[in-house]
Design a protein around this ligand. Structure first.
Ligand code: GLA
Length: 407
C-alpha cells in the first residue's frame, strides 16, 4: 500500500507546479516603458534601442517611472542549425546580450517580442515548437519582458499556447513580465491572469482620435474606439494582471489636447503606460504630457482598481477611479469638437464602486479638488464645480480627502 504522506506530497507538488508558471509581483502596478512598434515599425535597430535608452534617461522618462524598453517585431534573423533564434545580424550587430547590458547599465530593463504561431505578424520566425528553447535564449540574453503576439496561429488554442510559453519562461528561471498580445479574440481576461501580467483587450491602436483605419482583413482603431472597447472589462484587472488597451500614440500626430486626453484616460483605465513615440526628438509639450507625475500616480495607484464611466451626456463623459486611502480621481472627457460646460454639484452625486467596495460620500466627507493638468486647486466638494472642457480634451482632477465635513 502506498503511504498516505507520499500521495499528499505529490498532490502539493502538482498544485504548486500549476502556479509556478507566472512570476508573481513583477507588475504590482501597470508596467511602464516604451515600445518600438508604433513609431519605428519594422525598422528597429540596436542604434534605435540604445538612443531610446539614452533618451529615456535624458528626458526624465526613466525617473518618471518608465522602465521597460521593448523591442517589438522584426528584430529577428534566422534560426541556427540547432534551432536557436538569432537577431538580424545587420540590425543588431552587437547581439542582444550586449544590448541588454547597455540598457541595464542605464537602470532600465529590456523587453523583446515573439509570437505564439509559426511566424510573427511581420513574417519573422515565431516561437511555435521552440518555446522552451527561446525562453532559455531570452534568459541568457538578460531579457526582462516578453510581448507575445498571435499571428499565424491557425488551429492553436490560445490559452494553451500562452500557457506553454508561460511555463517555458518559468522553467528558464529569469523573472520576465509576460505580455499577452492576443487582441482580445479569445477573452484573454478570463484565463490571462493565471498566465501573464497584462493582456491586450483589442486590435491595434492608431494615432487618431475617433477613426477606424482599414488594412484590408483587419482594422486599427483610434483612441475613443479603443476606449469604448474596454466596456465591462474592469472587473478582470488588478495588481499583477492588467487589461492592456495597447501602447500609447502620444506624440505621434494627434493634437496636444487629444494626447492629453489619451494619457488621462489610459491612467483612468489603470492601463500599462507604454510610450510609442520617438523619445529622441519629442517636443517639450509631448514630454510634459508623458511625465505628468500626478496623472501617472493615478495610473500607478497601489489600490490597482481600473476606473469606470459614471455618467455620460452626449459627448461628455464623467469617469471615476478609486485610489488608495480615501482619494478618488475624476476625469471629464469631451469627445466632441465643441467646448462643453460641466457643472457638478458634488453634494447631489452618489459615487460608489462595488468592485472597490467604496463610496465617496460627499455629504459626509470633504475633498479638495486638484486639477492634475494645471495644478490649480478648484475648491472643495462643498461647492459646485463649474468648468468648460474644450473639445477633444479632459478636465482631470484628484479628490483629496480632507477632515470630515461638518453638516
Ligand atoms: C501586431 C500587434 C502589434 C505589433 C505588430 C508587429 O499587430 O498587435 O502591437 O506588435 O503585430 O508586427
Amino acid at each position: 500500500m502506498r503511504p498516505a504522506g507520499l500521495v499528499l506530497i505529490v498532490a502539493v507538488a502538482a498544485a504548486s507546479g500549476a502556479h509556478a508558471q507566472k512570476f508573481d509581483g513583477l507588475a504590482a502596478t501597470p508596467p511602464m516603458g516604451w515600445n518600438s512598434w508604433n513609431h519605428v515599425g519594422c525598422d528597429v535597430t540596436e542604434a534605435v534601442i540604445r538612443e531610446t535608452a539614452d533618451a529615456m534617461v535624458a528626458t526624465g522618462m526613466r525617473d518618471a517611472g518608465y522602465v521597460y524598453v521593448v523591442i517589438d517585431d522584426c528584430w529577428h534573423g534566422e534560426r541556427g542549425a540547432d534551432g536557436k533564434i538569432q537577431p538580424d545580424p545587420e540590425r543588431f550587430p552587437s547581439g542582444m546580450k550586449a544590448l541588454a547590458d547597455y540598457v541595464h547599465a542605464k537602470g532600465l530593463k529590456l523587453g523583446i517580442y515573439s509570437d505564439a504561431g509559426w511566424e510573427t505578424c511581420g513574417g519573422r520566425p515565431g516561437s511555435r515548437g521552440h518555446e522552451y528553447q527561446d525562453a532559455l535564449t531570452y534568459a541568457a540574453w538578460g531579457i526582462d519582458y516578453l510581448k507575445y503576439d498571435w499571428c499565424a496561429t491557425e488551429g492553436l488554442n490560445a490559452e494553451g499556447a500562452y500557457q506553454t510559453m508561460g511555463r517555458a519562461l518559468a522553467a528558464a528561471g529569469r523573472p520576465v513580465v509576460f505580455s499577452l498580445c492576443e487582441w482580445g479574440d479569445n477573452r484573454p481576461w478570463e484565463w490571462g491572469p493565471a498566465i501573464g501580467h497584462l493582456w491586450r483587450t483589442t486590435g491595434d491602436i492608431a494615432p487618431c482620435w475617433d477613426c477606424e483605419v482599414d488594412h484590408g482583413d483587419w482594422s486599427s482603431w483610434g483612441v475613443l474606439r479603443i476606449l469604448d472597447m474596454q466596456d465591462g472589462l474592469r472587473i478582470h484587472a488588478g495588481p499583477d494582471h492588467w487589461n492592456d488597451p495597447d501602447m500609447m500614440e502620444i506624440g505621434n500626430g494627434m493634437s496636444a489636447s487629444e494626447d492629453r486626453a489619451h494619457f488621462s484616460m489610459w491612467a483612468m483605465l489603470a492601463a500599462p503606460l507604454i510610450a510609442g513615440n520617438d523619445l529622441r526628438t519629442m517636443s517639450e509639450s509631448t514630454r510634459a504630457i508623458l511625465i505628468n507625475d500626478e496623472v501617472i500616480a493615478v495610473d500607478q495607484d497601489p489600490l490597482g482598481i481600473q476606473g469606470f464611466k459614471y455618467r455620460s451626456d452626449g459627448d461628455l463623459e464623467i469617469w471615476f477611479k478609486p485610489l488608495a486611502g480615501e482619494d478618488w480621481a475624476m476625469c471629464v472627457l469631451n469627445r466632441g469638437e465643441a467646448p462643453r460646460q460641466v457643472v457638478l454639484d458634488w453634494q447631489a452625486e452618489l459615487v460608489a464602486d462595488d468592485l472597490a467596495d467604496r463610496e465617496a460620500l460627499f455629504k459626509a466627507r470633504l475633498y479638495r479638488v486638484r486639477d492634475l493638468w494645471t495644478g490649480e486647486i478648484l475648491g472643495t466638494t462643498r461647492r459646485k464645480l463649474s468648468a468648460e472642457v474644450p473639445g477633444h480634451n479632459v478636465l482631470m482632477v484628484r479628490l483629496i480627502r480632507l477632515l470630515d465635513a461638518q453638516d
